[in-house]
Design a protein around this ligand. Structure first.
Ligand SMILES: C[S@@+](CC[C@H](N)C(=O)[O-])C[C@H]1O[C@@H](n2cnc3c(N)ncnc32)[C@H](O)[C@@H]1O
Length: 446
């Protein structure tokens, strides 16, 4: 049975006015054969045709065995097993098999980059996460092998459930899965045909899952003329995540971010009190903060660091009152901003190829447009740009805390009355520093 037939028989609506086509920038995608107004319903896929953990678990053949696994498999592993099981079937499940046949046979996610390609973005959070992911996949595959695959060789022939097959299934799920936050749970599905829609930030979020009617719908995220490619919006995904999960990047991605990881050593002074304080304002002791160009030093990073560096006298008084949203003390503020400054310098020094060198290589065409190397370079540039902005912001804030001349962090430091960008602990320091400061001071006053 062809995919189209299975979908129509299963109750999919909208197919007759849509067509698969190859597009130059995005690869295969979906074209509309009619004009569409914004919010028109483009496609409806009933829940019974989706790939979901529940559909897999209720399958009379594999559902029963998957349900016996303890501890239960993750949603991604259930979906991976489901996909590979269908892929390995030679008869039955005709519609699903037709869908699997249309899926890409290979992916360009960062786990497939060779060492040379990945080294281009060494230092970026993508680099670290990709290395971690490779290890995680190896561990998860071994678990799956022991808990399920080798126990049921009749259902899961080893030669079709290799680690490479597992990676293919995971990449299929990461690049085609749609996630929805339902009232009681997170819901992940792959929707046949809707999974052929490419991503654009120029359209509204327009994919909806209705749990009551158990159906997925695609609405038009903007107006389209007949013959145009229809897009959905995968969400505000930064390039490092796009490349890790979907295998592509967007040039000038406004959602680019650098994932700053902050942790506190359990043997740090006042550890448990600080953890409690962090939790009271909704932060975890091991937290990842996405830094963005539009907000390179978010308030929650400052809150975390202020609490992390509280002294014993500060911890019982000020911090609890204003949730560390403002400076706690000149000492604390100077310490966190210096630490941040140093951390950003170190992180930037950890990038294997500098921002300038990567820009030159891209401009000269040394990395072919669309190649893995080109995509890795874009991720690295994006992250370095953000870290530089964070560093700049930390320096600006630090200049408002420590005396520009002697470096002391006094509570009574006063701003330069003209530029208001530096502070001094007294007239003597201001006078001694004038020669050095005057150029900057005059320039900022203009
Ligand atoms: C949900 S699938 C979309 C259909 C896919 N193009 C196909 O042929 O099967 C997601 C994949 O499409 C590609 N893709 C989606 N949006 C893209 C875009 N804006 N630019 C480049 N590739 C894109 C990526 O390979 C991504 O992993």
């Amino acid at each position: 049975m062809k995919l189209q037939e299975w979908l129509v028989n299963g109750g999919v609506e909208g197919l007759s006015l849509l067509q698969l086509e190859d597009f130059p920038d995005t690869g295969r995608g979906v074209k509309t054969l009619r004009s569409l107004k914004s919010h028109d319903v483009v496609l409806t896929v009933p829940g019974s045709l989706l790939w979901t953990a529940d559909v897999a678990l209720s399958d009379p053949v594999i559902g029963t065995v998957i349900r016996t696994v303890e501890p239960p498999l993750s949603v991604d592993d259930i979906l991976a097993v489901f996909l590979l099981f269908i892929k390995s079937c030679e008869t039955g499940y005709d519609g699903r098999r037709a869908h699997v046949e249309l899926l890409p046979t290979s992916y360009t996610a960062s786990i497939f980059f060779n060492d040379e390609e990945l080294e281009i973005c060494a230092g970026s959070s993508l680099y670290h996460l990709t290395q971690k992911l490779k290890q995680q996949i190896r561990d998860d595959y071994l678990q799956l092998l022991n808990k399920l695959i080798t126990k049921h060789p009749d259902l899961f022939p080893l030669e079709r459930f290799t680690q490479d097959d597992y990676i293919w299934a995971l990449c299929t799920i990461w690049s085609r899965g749609m996630d929805f936050q339902l009232s009681d749970k997170q819901f992940r599905c792959i929707a046949p045909f809707a999974d052929m829609l490419n991503h654009s930030l120029d359209v509204e979020l327009c994919h909806i899952y209705d749990p009551k009617l158990n159906r997925l719908q695609i609405l038009a995220g903007k107006e389209y003329k007949a013959g145009e490619q229809v897009f959905i919006n995968y969400g505000p995904v930064p390039n490092n995540r796009l490349l890790r999960l979907y295998g592509f990047i967007l040039t000038d991605n406004p959602h680019d971010s650098y994932d700053l990881v902050l942790t506190t050593h359990p043997q740090a002074p006042l550890y448990s009190q600080k953890v409690a304080l962090l939790e009271s304002i909704g932060l975890q002791v091991n937290s990842t903060f996405p830094l963005k160009l539009s907000d390179p030093l978010p308030l929650n990073v400052l809150q975390y660091l202020r609490i992390q560096r509280l002294s014993s006298s500060e911890i019982s008084t000020l911090a609890v009152k204003h949730e560390a949203k403002d400076k706690i003390s000149a000492r604390n503020e100077a310490e966190i901003l210096k630490a941040l400054d140093e951390a950003c310098e170190n992180l930037l020094a950890g990038f294997s190829v500098s921002f300038e060198e990567l820009e030159t290589k891209i401009a000269s065409g040394a990395y072919q447009k669309g190649s893995n190397a080109w995509a890795a370079a874009h991720v690295s540039i994006g992250e370095q740009k953000i870290l530089r902005a964070t560093l700049q912001k930390a320096k600006e804030l630090l200049a408002l805390v420590i005396c520009a001349n002697c470096g002391k962090a006094n509570e009574n430091n006063k701003r330069c009355g003209r530029c208001r960008k530096v502070v001094y602990c007294g007239v003597d320091c201001q006078k001694s520093h004038y020669k050095e400061h005057k150029v900057l001071c005059k320039a900022s006053g203009e």
